[in-house]
Design a protein. Structure first.
Length: 288
């Protein structure tokens, strides 16, 4: 969505909240939150629409808003209009909807734009698109003499139509390259500032950075990217330590020991759903 947090209509938001909450004191508190305004360049600016980004209540209120604007409406649309399988994944204002039939996808796209317009929302033209994705996408596109299936980005991953060694369809998720580059640039800059910290202090900090990266991005098929991130952090650390003195004695052999001691090893932390939850799916994979 284009500028979602800045486009939330206060009138509609209050109606949605009142649908669940009758306590007038809570409603007055929410009114104060959304009408608090913002401070830019030391000046306070009033806000008649939107929810302050960074506000403690904004993510919660935004989810309430989309629950009524999108979630409940999409469920009714699926029951009344969808001719095939349909799946919906929403995280805040990022949404992926999958369809078995292209006709359903086109109709949903048109109806969704109309639905959002009623509540002062707008689809982001550059980020919203219809693509052919799924188990049969590659075969169907090859039959029409088109290229490989398109990819899409969602929640920090690029999703790709891939194959297993046996030739079966497999969903591959790869860390978005820009995200990795930005994080490594940040680590390099912070290492420059913290160059003279003791090695244990640097190791604990870098270990937390790598541990957090692994906790989010270590999914099946992405272990190579996670390992590459860890190795690049080690290189930045190595260069920072060597620059602490012109008469350093740091070798890669010693650096490997520091890496093994302080940086957690790259390993899968999010197995496939059938392993984590013993889940099974039926039917054909939907076409996005």
């Amino acid at each position: 969505m284009r500028g979602f947090y800045d486009a939330i209509d206060h009138g509609w938001l209050r109606k949605f909240v009142e649908h669940r909450i009758a306590d007038k004191r809570v409603l007055r508190l929410i009114d104060k939150w959304v009408n608090a305004g913002v401070i830019e360049d030391g000046k306070w600016l009033a806000s008649d629409i939107g929810a302050p980004q960074g506000g403690s209540a904004s993510p919660l209120l935004a989810n309430v808003y989309l629950h009524y604007v999108f979630d409940r409406w999409a469920r009714q649309w699926r029951l009344r209009h969808a001719h095939g399988d349909m799946i919906i994944v929403r995280f805040a204002d990022d949404i992926v909807v999958g369809f078995q039939y292209r006709s359903d996808a086109k109709q949903f796209y048109e109806d969704l734009a109309e639905r959002f317009a009623k509540f002062s929302l707008e689809l982001h033209a550059e980020k919203t698109r219809l693509i052919e994705f799924g188990r049969f996408a590659a075969e169907n596109r090859r039959r029409r003499r088109l290229g490989r299936p398109e990819t899409f980005t969602f929640l920090g991953f690029t999703h790709i139509c891939a194959k297993t060694r046996e030739g079966r369809f497999a969903l591959r998720r790869k860390t978005i390259a820009k995200r990795v580059a930005a994080k490594l640039s940040e680590v390099k800059d912070l290492l420059r500032r913290r160059r003279y910290w003791s090695i244990p202090e640097q190791g604990e900090w870098l270990g937390s950075v790598v541990r957090g990266h692994i906790a989010y991005y270590a999914v099946p098929g992405n272990i190579a990217a996670v390992a590459a991130f860890r190795k690049q952090v080690t290189r930045h650390w190595f260069n920072a330590l060597r620059r602490r003195s012109q008469r350093h004695r740091l070798t890669w052999e010693r650096m490997s020991r520091l890496e093994a001691k302080w940086l957690p090893a790259a390993r899968i932390t999010h197995p496939w759903p059938n392993v984590r939850f013993d889940a099974r799916t039926q039917g054909r994979s939907p076409v996005r």
